[in-house]
Design a protein around this ligand. Structure first.
Ligand SMILES: Cc1ncc(COP(=O)(O)O)c(C=O)c1O
Length: 446
């Protein structure tokens, strides 16, 4: 089987190279002045033998430099969850672009954007950043400042962006925190200040909180970055209660789980986090992130800032909250984060989930579809995982790479890294069927 997969993968690589001469040429040319030939080195983390260069992306149709068109289920790893360049957003950006981009002063729209944020996500107070990594970094700093506690807690397998404190792993035999070995240039002992527990493990969570040294639990409502891992029934209400009991703030990073329902997972499930973080798609894909917090937390943040000496707080960056981003956020909150958007996304997700499950059943495949709202993952394991180690135990790199490349060669883009599929308000039944046809062809071949 492994030899077969390698053989099939070689054939798909050859097909990609033959069909993408312009991308291949651009990859060579870009390598003269860009490290790895790309502006961000992750752009080489696709299973393609050469980088795929993009001519344009509109709705869920991405057109590559060779003129091939793809139905996009990666959607910029969630940045374009509401579709590429939604027309309402393009209009708002064009309008603001002639009226000032950044002033280090709030734009007139600020008060209204604040009202829309409170209405959309259910928390009363807000601050902005440019990336979800930054927003998480700033929240950790605030949480440590207002609790006076040094430790933070995350789940094994987490990803919250380029945030040093969270780039750690769990030693599953000793329970100790380990440096994540892939992280470059790491010199600080973050593992001294970050605790890690397995997802869905309330006993481990309680043990980590018991000494009341943990400032905050920073978590995605479901793990989405090491494969999709859903919370057990009752996990979050119990975890929420444990955090309250031990004076630990609950930070929900909804950068990906915004795809669950309007306003995100925590709002849909009445979780009442102390902080809420979102980035990527929150302003339709323009660089924008934000964090919201409760009124009670707001009082504590104000007191901490007022008690500190004048000078750098270590929180914020110059362009955060700029006028262009605010205009995009305003348009997104009014026109993208709507019941209508989600109704369509969820209907498309139903179609895809049902189709994949029919294929799995028809061929008795030991695979699982795990779904959260408009996001799902095809997992090459016979049941849904409960924690990160479960996912690691079932990794099948070759089959994953083959699935990506096979579908890409047939006009369908999946999220690299794992089999994540995201449905947008612009996704059509025909897009979904194209993916299902591609999967059926792959299964027939296997
Ligand atoms: C849950 C979560 N939080 C934060 C981030 C960081 O986002 P960014 O890279 O835009 O800073 C990511 C990125 O994948 C993420 O998945």
């Amino acid at each position: 089987m492994t030899a077969d997969l390698a053989h099939l993968l070689d054939a798909e690589r050859a097909r990609f190279l033959a069909e993408h001469p312009r991308s291949v040429a651009l990859a060579q040319e870009s390598a003269h002045h860009f490290l790895f030939g790309v502006p961000l080195h992750w752009m080489r983390d696709w299973p393609t033998p050469a980088t795929l260069f993009v001519r344009e992306a509109q709705g869920v149709t991405l057109t590559c430099a060779d003129g091939h068109r793809y139905a996009d289920f990666c959607l910029g790893d969630t940045g374009a969850m509401f579709g590429h360049s939604p027309p309402v957003l393009a209009r708002a950006l064009a309008e603001q672009a002639t009226r000032g981009l950044t002033c280090m002063l709030p734009a007139e729209q600020t008060a209204e954007v604040g009202r829309l944020l409170a209405q959309t996500f259910g928390l009363p107070l807000w601050q902005m950043a440019l990336t979800a990594s930054d927003a998480n970094r700033f929240v950790l700093r605030w949480a440590r400042a207002i609790t006076g506690r040094a430790q933070v807690l995350v789940f094994d397998g987490c990803y919250h962006g380029a945030v040093d404190d969270t780039l750690v792993d769990l030693d599953t035999t000793t329970g100790a925190t380990l440096r994540r070995p892939s992280v470059l240039g790491q010199v600080h002992d973050h593992h001294r200040f970050t605790r890690v527990v397995p997802f869905n493990d309330l006993a481990a969570l309680e043990a980590a909180l018991a000494d009341q040294q943990v400032a905050c639990l920073l978590a995605e409502p479901a793990l989405t970055n090491c494969g999709l891992v859903l919370p057990d029934a009752g996990f979050w209400p119990a975890a929420r209660e444990l955090c309250r009991r031990h004076g630990t703030l609950l930070v929900m990073d909804e950068t990906h789980t915004l795809s669950t329902a309007p306003g995100g997972y925590a709002k849909a499930h009445g979780l009442e986090p102390d902080f809420f973080v979102a980035g990527k798609a929150v302003a339709g894909g323009l660089p924008c992130a934000l964090y919201g917090f409760s009124a009670e937390v707001g009082v504590r943040l104000r007191a901490a800032k007022e008690a500190a000496p004048e000078g750098h707080s270590g929180i914020g960056t110059t362009l955060a909250g700029n006028a262009l981003t605010l205009a995009a956020l305003h348009a997104a909150l009014n026109h993208l984060h709507t019941e209508g958007s989600y109704a369509h996304m969820l209907a498309m997700a139903d179609r895809l989930e049902n189709g994949l499950n029919r294929l799995i059943a028809a061929h008795h495949l030991p695979w699982t579809v795990t779904r959260l709202g408009a996001r799902m993952e095809l997992q090459f394991m016979p049941r849904a995982p409960r924690h990160a180690q479960d996912v690691r135990d079932h990794v099948n790199d070759k089959l994953e790479a083959l699935t990506h490349l096979f579908l890409l060669n047939r006009g369908v883009l999946l999220t690299p890294f794992h089999g994540m599929l995201l449905l947008s308000p612009a996704t059509t039944s025909a897009d979904v069927d194209r993916l299902l046809d591609g999967m059926a062809a792959l299964v027939a071949l296997l």
